[in-house]
Design a protein around this ligand. Structure first.
Ligand code: SF4
Length: 487
């Protein structure tokens, strides 16, 4: 199903590029990005147009990349505040006060690529190289389950010998097989290098949640200089990866750029054009958008990246993404500090990692000496329980829900439920049920008290009497020892 409003917008703005082309250079048309930036500069002080864009955004049906770019270029404090207020409101309409929790799991840091911003690059001789055995993966998963995690994002460098597709598939099987105490990993999202349709089909068969791949930058010339060697240096193959994943039947894909590699305005427009392309071609936009920023790591210094963005710009990017693509999940990691996370949670972020270790084998080894295997430095070093406590204090409901993909609500089925607002009938109660599991099994006494209070309050706000009754029944059953309920 294609959404009419997108087609109307394209017509309205006289954009003549090929949104539904299968060629990277056509759906991320460089001239269209340049024209967009020019258009944004021309109109950044045009209050009348900005008012119209904000009015359109308030309808919750999204904006196009040109309109979003005008908002990003705008520097009027009162209008920026209006963007933040609207983003907060739209987030609440689509997601309520839920924040989905996840953790990354690093399988291997061997990599054949030459990415200049990542310490896993082939030529880095100072980093310790490591790949987890299946037994080590079990140890990691048990440690993650003991923290309370239910959703993982698998991470691995690209390496045909150390991390071939067979290794990734075996690792996914291992992860799903482990049931330790009341723990279970119920959704494995996968962030591995661009690959073939055949391999994407294998990932789909393995039962992955979202396939995540960051574009890093959409600027082709800069992409090529940032990726001088290795398979990832092929811009076209990398940029067309999501089309191959979709062709293979993976209908939940997660896109993102690494802000700071290139000028943020270019990459922001490119990111939105990519989302529009997926929707135009497959009828389904990205399930998630990640907004990492360049940060320090082993042999990487942020000072080498003059395009690194400030907290203020970062907040603007998150808020405008929220109102431009209202249905998508927006993800931030522990790269961000507590302060920065708090700011962007308010204006659009819906998923955060907690208690993360970015080193290979870092969860099971927490008490012993850490090897130098991390992809980036973790800024928010709080434990999962501390993060849950903090979210509760801020009035959010930390959610460990993985129901949608296990109930077959993926791709356009998921999107149409989100767009119609019906997803709230499942997500709200599911967040309370999974939070209750967390509180019973893993929370500290103080967090449990706070969490139960919030659940008692929130359960009363479930609009449907029938769903409220089911939720209350499930919450009671959890106290009696039952687990894994979902609506
Ligand atoms: S960004 Fe990915 S592909 Fe590039 S060096 Fe790091 S792990 Fe390898």
């Amino acid at each position: 199903m294609k959404f009419q409003w997108k087609e109307e917008i394209i017509k309205d703005n006289n954009m003549a590029y090929k949104i539904d082309s299968k060629k990277a250079e056509e759906f991320i048309d460089h001239s269209e990005v340049e024209d967009t930036l020019h258009y944004a500069d021309l109109h950044k002080n045009n209050r009348e147009l900005i008012e119209q864009i904000l009015k359109k955004a308030a309808l919750c049906k999204g904006l196009n990349h040109r309109e979003a770019s005008v908002l990003l270029a705008c520097n009027e404090p009162d209008l920026i505040q209006r963007i933040y207020d609207l983003a907060k409101d739209i987030k609440h309409r689509f997601y309520g006060n839920r924040i989905v929790m996840f953790a990354p799991l690093y399988l291997s840091n061997y990599c054949v690529n030459g990415c200049t911003y990542c310490p896993y690059h082939l030529k880095n001789k100072t980093i310790a190289r490591k790949k987890l055995s299946q037994q080590e993966i079990k140890n990691e998963v048990i440690a993650l389950q003991d923290m309370g995690h239910k959703r993982l994002a698998l991470e691995a460098g690209e390496h045909p010998i150390h991390a071939p597709i067979e290794y990734i598939l075996e690792s996914i099987k291992t992860i799903y097989s482990i049931k330790h105490k009341n723990g279970a990993i119920r959704r494995v999202n996968v962030n591995i290098a661009a690959t073939t349709v055949e391999n994407y089909k294998l990932l789909k068969e393995a039962g992955i949640g979202t396939y995540i791949l960051f574009q890093e930058t959409y600027h082709k010339a800069n992409y090529e200089s940032l990726h001088p060697t290795g398979p990832k240096s092929n811009y076209t193959y990398h940029t067309e990866a999501m089309d191959r994943a979709m062709e293979a039947g993976i209908d939940d894909v997660g896109i993102g750029v690494l802000f700071g590699l290139n000028t943020y305005r270019y990459d922001f427009a490119g990111l939105l054009m990519h989302a529009e392309h997926l929707e135009a071609l497959f009828g389904v936009g990205p399930h998630t958008i990640s907004v990492p920023r360049i940060c320090p790591a082993d042999d990487i210094a942020t000072s080498d990246f003059p395009n690194a963005i400030s907290d203020e710009i970062f907040k603007k990017i998150v808020a405008i993404t929220r109102i431009t693509v209202p249905y998508t999940g927006i993800i931030i990691s522990t790269r961000e500090s507590e302060k920065s996370r708090r700011e962007v949670l308010e204006v659009g972020v819906s998923q955060i990692s907690g208690g993360s270790r970015t080193s290979v084998g870092g969860y099971a080894r927490q008490d012993s000496k850490e090897e130098n295997t991390s992809q980036f430095d973790v800024s928010d070093q709080r434990t999962l329980d501390e993060i849950v406590s903090w979210l509760l204090d801020l009035g959010h409901v930390p959610s460990f829900c993985t129901a949608c993909y296990r109930m077959g609500r993926t791709g356009d089925r998921f999107m149409s439920l989100v767009k119609s607002g019906q997803i709230a009938n499942c997500c709200g109660p599911n967040s309370l049920i999974t939070l209750k599991e967390y509180l019973e099994d893993y929370a500290s006494k103080e967090v449990k008290t706070k969490g139960l209070k919030l659940i008692n309050k929130e359960v009363e706000t479930i609009p449907s009497p029938k769903i409220k009754e089911i939720a209350l029944k499930n919450l009671k059953a959890i106290v009696e020892g039952e687990r894994d309920f979902r609506l």
